[in-house]
Design a protein around this ligand. Sequence first.
Ligand code: FES
Length: 159
Amino acid sequence: SSSSPPPASSCSHPPDSHFIGKKEDIVKAGRMTMLVNRCRDVLVVHHQGQLHAMDTRCYHSGGPLQYGDIEEFNGHMCIVCPWHKYKITLGEGEGLYQAVDNPTAKPLRTHWCSKGVKQRIHKITEVNGDVYVTLNNSSEAIESDVYQTEKYRTFLLKA
Ligand code: FES
């Protein structure tokens, strides 16, 4: 038709995505933070050959996840917030915690539980070594959204 899209060569990136860098640079750095689409602070981490993207500030109290260690808990790779050690799965943004089986039994035994998705995860796409983030714009509220305001950004920069 006459309204055909422009040739693919002029627009090879995935729709609604934002170029964030070359894969080799991100792999070298290990992790990067960036403001995507002038509206969202996103952390990108490279871990065991995979790239992951999530809101930068921890859903609990706004801790800087870019300084968190990555560890495996209950078979899930998690970033551990440096402030109060909350564990957030890289893949889904779920908050994991250890629950006590029976508080009266000695010794105490625990098992891992999920609080559900607490941290907003964004989508990463790689095209020929170029890496793009597609913001997760689902209208469902996710707790980490609270720390994505201009006010909080300014507050953290001053802190
Ligand atoms: Fe991340 Fe409290 S701010 S665990």
